[in-house]
Each structure stands twice: as C-alpha cells, then as structure tokens.
Design a protein around this ligand. Structure first.
Ligand code: ZN
Length: 184
C-alpha cells in the first residue's frame, strides 16, 4: 500500500522546476524505491503517467506505462514501463495535434491541449544509461505532459481555447466526439 498521496494544483511543489539527478543518485536505493512507489501510486490512481513532483518529490523523474490490460485506454497501444530521468525534449515536427488531457493533480477536469506531434526525448533510464527515443502521435503528447510536470508546468497552462476546458461529466456529455482523453 502506497503511503504517499498525489498532490493537487495549488500546491507550490507542482510549480517548481524539479532538481536533476546524478548517475550516482539514480542508482541509489532511495531512487529505486521511489520508482517502485510511483508505479504503485500510478496504478492505484489508474493513470498512465506520473511525475515525482506529483507526489511531492521535486526530482526530475517521471514514469509512463500504458498497461496491456488497461480498461480505461483499450484503444491505445500498450507500452512497457518507461522511466525518464532528466529528460530533454527536442521537437522534430512542429505540426500540432490536440488531445483532451486530464491530470491526476487536477482531478475532475479535462482540457483540450495542442502540442507538437513528433519529438525526440533524451533521458537517463533507471540504470543511469543514456537513451534517446522518438515519440509521435498520442505518445508524444503523453511524454510532453509528463515532462512538463518536471518543469513546473501543468496542462491547464497550455489550453488555448478556454471553452474547451471542462468537468469530466460535461466532457463526456458534450465533447467526447472531439477527441481522445487521458489522465496522467
Ligand atoms: Zn499530469
């Protein structure tokens, strides 16, 4: 049972730039335990991603996992658990795409956010190995949402049309045809 809680918008920790981790820190037991704990909390909350600042730990670490048996996102391709430490994004295709985003730290709400559709992410994994991957489409948005958390940014900052900011119930009633939704 996870003992930490997901913190919500308004908590200043969500607005801080998280600290980068050294390779030694990544390999330390403390970080390895943190990763395990974050995975438990994310699963319990039925999210597909979680950043350390969301549980009140201002470190540059985020995880993403779209489970194969996900009932909530059955149409999405599953990913294995991915751990991003000190990630840096480079936009490869400036063309944007929009999704209805939700956030475990902003419960009950959804907002339509446009982001670049193809990016490269350079990061360290849980073994402190340097990795570079290309992400596009839905996954590109998921990564950008999560990495924003490490820089004190929430998806609500990126909603350009505030008429497309909605409570979940109203999203389901009035906007569900306009695009996919997720929570992380
Ligand atoms: Zn979020």
């Amino acid at each position: 049972m996870a003992n930490r809680e997901i913190i919500k918008m308004g908590n200043p920790i969500l607005r801080q730039s998280a600290v980068l981790l050294t390779k030694e820190e990544i390999l330390a037991e403390e970080t390895q335990n943190l990763i395990k704990e974050m995975r438990e909390i994310m699963k319990e909350a039925e999210g597909i991603g979680l950043a350390a600042p969301q549980i009140g730990i201002s470190k540059h670490l985020a995880i993403i996992e779209i489970a194969e048996d996900s009932k909530r996102y059955p149409e999405k391709d599953p990913t294995r658990l991915m751990i991003f430490i000190n990630p840096q994004i480079t936009v490869i295709d400036e063309a944007t795409q929009g999704f209805w985003e939700g956030c475990l730290s902003v419960p009950g709400l959804r907002g339509f956010v446009k982001r670049p559709r193809k990016i490269r992410i350079d990061y360290l994994n849980e073994n402190a190995e340097e990795i570079s991957i290309i992400a596009e489409d839905f996954l590109a948005t998921v990564f950008q949402h999560e990495i924003d958390h490490l820089n004190g940014i929430l998806y609500v900052d990126k909603i350009t049309d505030m008429t497309l900011f909605s409570y979940n119930e109203e999203y389901v009633k009035f906007h569900i045809e306009e695009g996919d939704s997720f929570e992380q």
